[in-house]
Ligand binder design. Structure first.
Ligand code: GLU
Length: 513
């Protein structure tokens, strides 16, 4: 393939939605697969929507994902600067070029004038006034005004915008690598503003000028940009750059977990699930979100999950490391229809990733989780916890929520099981069990197990009579890894103390009934 250069071009208007991360992922995979260049370009020309912390959020999110740009702000490259606000003069120059070649025109209509026209049209029943080829000749622009009138306005520093002159009666064809030929009737397209009254370019102009100037070979972005692409094709044509126009690939929408409608950032808080890569503290609670990272997701699992939101490898394989994704990725295997944001699947991926990790590798991660609750333990201890628990957790914080009893005293007891299994008349027997544990010199899982088995035989008890009591005593719950392993790890003294305390608690529950 030719020299592949792709760009991820987010606007710093807030936290980067998970859909944006998928776009970055696909661009990254495509670039790496073809030994190309992955560029980060910050599209910050819309001053009204600019959010201070958004750029650093984007960069941190890409870093977390491992998508290191080859060129970008703070990285450099031959085609910089990579922040559009720093390229302002370039856009004005190109807008002027279109004016000179008659492909664009000055529009002096003030926002108030346009509002008034819109209102008047509404009164006539037309609710969709568009500044387009049908009406442009009646408006306050260089199409209607004479050259002298235009010059006088320019000399008087009257505010203007520059608009693209969309040709009439044409079919504009967008060749999309995912959707094939997509056709637009030019009469449906408005004369988009290219340069705003404040001298800043709009998205359309800046995007095309930069894709051209940065020698972008492929534009891979969300489906919501497909309608704009008709204008983009016209812009390439107007500039005479058609022969170097990038190839387009518009990614399918990401749908809500129900499969109905587009996933929105509000769905996150509504459903209690992450829809952003990292947490974001916005100005209001409504604009603050907990990220995948802070939910305790492994980045490998997130990448794997996102890769499958719209793409499939064409095989049964589901678990892909980043290098494997690079190897397997192709635009041909991206689907057209919306991809459901299946949060359960995201958790499933995460579970697979945790399970596949080496116990030692999990030690620092578990330490981080438990330290948030004021606890620590030795490496050996944490490694054992990793081994016992990793098949029983979905997200990293589960190492605390499902296994806090490894690190602190039991706080909650499963009352239902206690009511069913605790027989107060057996208290002397169970006291005797603790005495037997106290005698043990080698408090290993095997020895504890052997002790329990002898105890059962002596008193004609079954596993079902004893194990739930042991489990509740040690951990408060009947769920968890092998109780003998748990006991051996927690240690004789702690376990014995816990058992004695639990018997009292169980007696009390029983008396309450
Ligand atoms: N700045 C646009 C965005 O925020 C870029 C769209 C594109 O990739 O052309 O998504």
């Amino acid at each position: 393939m030719e020299n592949i250069r792709v760009r991820f071009a987010p606007s710093p208007t807030g936290a980067l939605h998970i859909g944006g991360v998928r776009t970055a992922l696909y661009n990254y995979l495509f670039a790496k697969k073809h030994k190309g260049t992955f560029i980060l370009r910050i599209e910050d020309t819309d001053q009204t929507r600019y959010v201070e912390q958004a750029e650093s959020y984007i960069i941190e999110a890409l870093e977390w994902c491992g998508f290191t740009p080859d060129e970008g702000p703070g990285i450099g490259g031959k085609y910089g600067p990579y922040r559009q606000s720093e390229r302002k003069s370039l856009y004005a120059k190109y807008a002027q070029q279109l004016i000179d070649s008659g492909k664009a025109y000055y529009a002096f209509d003030t926002p108030e004038e346009l509002d008034a026209i819109r209102e008047a049209e509404k009164a006539k029943g037309n609710h969709t006034f568009k500044y387009d080829s049908k009406v442009r000749a009646t408006l306050n622009n260089s199409i209607r005004l004479s050259a002298d009138e235009v010059q006088a306005k320019l000399d008087a520093d009257e505010a203007y915008t520059i608009r693209l002159m969309v040709p009439q009666d044409e079919i504009v064809v967008v060749h999309d690598l995912i959707r094939g030929e997509v056709k637009f009737q030019s009469n449906e397209l408005d004369d988009k503003i290219l340069l705003k009254a404040d001298g800043m370019p709009t998205y359309h102009l800046a995007n095309i000028v930069d894709d051209y100037a940065m020698k972008i070979s492929h534009v891979i972005r969300g489906e919501e940009w497909l309608p704009s692409t008709a204008h983009h094709v016209l812009l390439y044509r107007a500039f005479g750059w058609e022969d170097v126009m990038p190839k387009f690939a518009h990614l399918p929408l990401i749908l809500k977990p129900t499969g109905k409608g587009k996933l929105s950032k509000r769905d996150g808080s509504k459903l209690g699930i992450p829809v952003f890569p990292l947490s974001w503290n916005g100005a209001t609670a409504e604009d603050s979100f907990v990220g995948f990272r802070e939910f305790g997701f492994d980045i490998g699992a997130v990448r794997n999950f996102l890769a499958f939101l719209g793409w499939n490898p064409g095989t049964e394989q589901e678990i892909f490391k980043l290098e494997e994704l690079v190897e397997a990725f192709s635009i041909e295997n991206i689907g057209k229809s919306g991809a459901r944001f299946d949060y359960d699947k995201a958790k499933w991926f995460n579970q697979q990733y945790i399970m596949a990790k080496d116990n030692k590798a999990l030690v620092p991660e578990i330490r981080q989780i438990i330290s948030a609750h004021g606890h620590d333990a030795s490496d050996e201890f944490l490694e054992s916890v990793a081994g016992m628990m990793k098949e029983r957790v979905t997200l990293m914080p589960d190492f605390w929520t499902n296994a806090s009893y490894f690190f602190e005293e039991v706080k909650e007891y499963d009352q239902k099981t206690i009511r069913k299994k605790w027989k107060p008349e057996r208290r002397p027997l169970f006291d005797n069990l603790v005495e037997r544990f106290e005698q043990l010199e080698d408090y290993s899982a095997d020895q504890v197990k052997a002790t329990v088995e002898t105890f059962m035989a002596d008193h004609e008890l079954k596993f079902g009579d004893v194990l739930p009591i042991l489990r509740i005593g040690v951990s408060g719950t009947t769920k968890g890894p092998s109780v003998f392993d748990m006991m051996a790890l927690i240690g004789k003294e702690t376990v014995n103390n816990r058992m004695k305390k639990a018997y009292d608690i169980m007696d009390n529950y029983h008396n309450e009934v």
